[in-house]
Design a protein around this ligand. Sequence first.
Ligand SMILES: NC(=O)c1ccc[n+]([C@@H]2O[C@H](COP(=O)([O-])OP(=O)(O)OC[C@H]3O[C@@H](n4cnc5c(N)ncnc54)[C@H](OP(=O)(O)O)[C@@H]3O)[C@@H](O)[C@H]2O)c1
Length: 293
Amino acid sequence: MRITMTGGTGFIGSRVRAALEAGGHEIRLISRRSGPGYFRWPSPDAPFPAASLEGAGAVIHLAGETVAQRWSAEVKRRIRDSRVLGTQRLVEALAAMQERPQVLICASATGYYGDRGEEVLDETSPPGRGFLAETCVEWEKAAVQAEALGVRVVRLRFGMVLGRDGGALKKMLPVFRLCLGGRLGGGQQWMPWIHLDDIVALVQWALAEPEVAGAYNAVAPAPVRNADFTRALEGILGRPAMFAVPAWALRAAMGEAAEIVLSSQRVMPRAALNAGFRFRHAHVADALRALLS
Ligand SMILES: NC(=O)c1ccc[n+]([C@@H]2O[C@H](COP(=O)([O-])OP(=O)(O)OC[C@H]3O[C@@H](n4cnc5c(N)ncnc54)[C@H](OP(=O)(O)O)[C@@H]3O)[C@@H](O)[C@H]2O)c1
């Protein structure tokens, strides 16, 4: 199948793209960068490059300004616009087509749920509050507009994606290897996580199964508290995690973005499990061992 893809140069996207290409799919890559074979989309203010959609059977939309930085007003605008405005531009391009792709697989995040303490969350849970939650709600709302065009829309609410070459784990590893790692805040907050291989498998599943549609929590079925994650990582690395970073210090260092690591989200992948999806990496210690040993 011909697949149009945004965010295909990123941590998740480059892995998804490689797996799909290995499976015989033809990927059309959309990027802000210029490169051989890239369809250039300089900014979400610009129209989506419609030529990239011609003859495509699917769109995978992962582009988004990283949230792992201090959130100035300008950064917040980029985080929001790259997702909400970008998705609106994509749907406008789909609306202008005669023969549309059958499916749009759009990234979202468990940030949708906000900070929810011990509450067990599934796809039927209402959204939370705060900048990330509001951004995710708007992002998903923009993607859902494609349903009225006859496109099957799959919204994948990613938890923290664990892979060696990027994301949160790549940032944590050098710190833990120096024995400077430790739990964040009280350590009791729930952290939804997923192994990158399971993200790839979820995308392949969503492409292949015509009845998969709507919101899916892309998280492993065994969420952990931050303190348990820290213990699992120190055990596998064989380095004691001697430090605990208090919430005030995180807020001082990261500002409002500290909500990413301090919010508690006990998220379950109910919809994927009910539909028969099998996670390869269900337990965090096994997932970390698979990645690091
Ligand atoms: N990694 C995680 O743990 C995680 C967790 C929850 C949700 N997600 C979501 O999953 C998606 C992919 O995540 P990732 O970790 O692979 O991200 P990433 O490595 O930062 O890659 C994101 C891609 O988006 C494009 N991009 C970045 N800033 C942009 C901007 N201001 N405007 C337009 N495009 C921009 C870039 O492509 P070009 O440079 O080629 O244009 C980049 O390759 C994101 O939407 C993210 O919110 C990720």
